[in-house]
Design a protein around this ligand. Structure first.
Ligand SMILES: Cc1ncc(COP(=O)(O)O)c(C=O)c1O
Length: 374
């Protein structure tokens, strides 16, 4: 992934494109394609395939635990981040008067699940693309149940310093801290020791496929984050004679997998996370950080409105900017086979371990020509 040879070997042909859109969709390496093939072969075995599915389930938990910094038993897998947030909202059994803090740089799924509960949602507003701790503190109080935030914003790539957020939350409220690491997992080394709930999608920087939602619940929070819903995979003893009278959910992360897991995705997650662990996320960061800095420096010289604060401790893999002619710029880049994201009123680039300085140079010089042509 990190050298020209391994990049060509590990991934499908790049088709002469410059791919800077991993924050939307990652490109799975060959090992992930093979893993999905293995799933289908194992599925052909019928019930005999189950043992193999269970082995992959455990492998996925172990590999993800290594990436996140939890233990395998503290990892659950559901079908999407959005589902994970909704289940977490049920687990918290929120009452009128409870408060949840979200922020205006977050993805809709980290915000809207709480609006469906009786709790009051308070919005931590960014200033010039940055979330400042002094703006969080007045939103915290004795009724704050959860502060939910993305470690890296999908909107502009702003990365929170989790330890600073946690210090403010712990000092000013009894709230739990929920962290969405979708835009970070597999791209930057994580220290989520302050988090009580960790959520991630699987089809972006993690390089797996759709249909998965990672959930991390540290053991000491399992009682507070057990989802009280029916099912079977999530139950202590689903076939007990008592099932007509009572139900006991498995605690914590295990309660988020309600029915039969999406094993095709589980195989893909196990392979993708093993791939990233073998390369080492520290090495990915070391490779990609200079590319992000070069792209940022280049963008600063162009007549665009930068939405990502130029603060190195808050940078990860995403940069975003606005321009009056964003639509035309996007079109121009697409014609040159440069893939970037255009939505929510801005253009966004995402730089992973498989990107190179050539990608950044091509992007910047094409932007230069595009802006001149307007
Ligand atoms: C931070 C973040 N969380 C969640 C999601 C969506 O997750 P899912 O599709 O798994 O519900 C996205 C999608 O872009 C995202 O950027």
């Amino acid at each position: 992934m990190l050298t020209e040879t391994s990049r060509q070997q590990d991934f499908p042909p790049w088709l002469e494109r410059t791919y800077l859109n991993t924050a939307a969709e990652g490109i799975p390496p060959h090992v992930v394609t093979q893993a999905v093939d293995h799933y289908l072969q194992d599925k052909q075995l019928g019930m005999d395939g189950r043992k193999r599915h269970e082995t992959q389930w455990r492998a996925a938990q172990q590999q993800i635990a290594r990436l996140i910094g939890l233990t395998a038993d503290e990892i659950g897998i559901c079908s999407s981040s959005s589902e994970a947030f909704n289940l977490a909202a049920i687990a918290l059994r929120l009452q009128r008067g409870d408060e949840i803090v979200v922020n205006d740089l977050d993805f809709p799924s980290g915000i809207t699940s709480w609006l469906q509960t009786p709790a009051t949602v308070r919005v931590w507003r960014s200033q010039e693309g940055a979330l400042r701790i002094e703006d969080l503190i007045p939103l915290l109080g004795p009724r704050t149940r959860l502060v939910s935030a993305s470690l890296v914003s999908f909107y502009n790539g702003y990365k929170l310093v989790l330890s600073e957020v946690a210090a403010a939350v712990r000092h000013n409220s009894p709230a739990l801290i929920g962290v969405d690491v979708t835009q970070a997992l597999g791209r930057i080394p994580l220290d989520i020791s302050a988090a009580d709930l960790v959520v991630s999608s699987t089809y972006k920087w993690l390089l797996a496929i759709h249909g998965g939602g990672i959930v991390g619940v540290p053991k000491h929070r399992a009682a507070e984050l057990t989802v009280p819903v029916g099912g079977w995979f999530n139950l202590q003893d689903p076939f007990s004679d008592e099932r007509f009278e009572r139900v006991t959910n498995r605690p914590g992360a295990a309660s988020f997998t309600v029915g039969m897991p999406n094993y095709a995705t589980v195989y893909a997650i196990a392979a993708a996370a093993e791939y990233l662990n073998t390369i080492g996320v520290v090495n990915i960061q070391q490779h990609a950080e200079p590319l992000v800095k070069a792209a940022l420096e280049g963008l600063k010289k162009l007549p665009v409105e930068l939405l990502t604060p130029d603060e190195s401790e808050h940078l990860a893999g995403i940069l975003a900017f606005r321009h009056y002619h964003a639509e035309q710029l996007h079109q121009y880049l697409a014609e040159q086979k440069i893939h970037v994201m255009h939505n929510a009123g801005r253009l966004r680039i995402a730089i992973h371990g498989y990107n190179t300085m050539t990608d950044i140079d091509r992007f910047l010089s094409t932007m230069h020509s595009a802006l001149k042509s307007l």
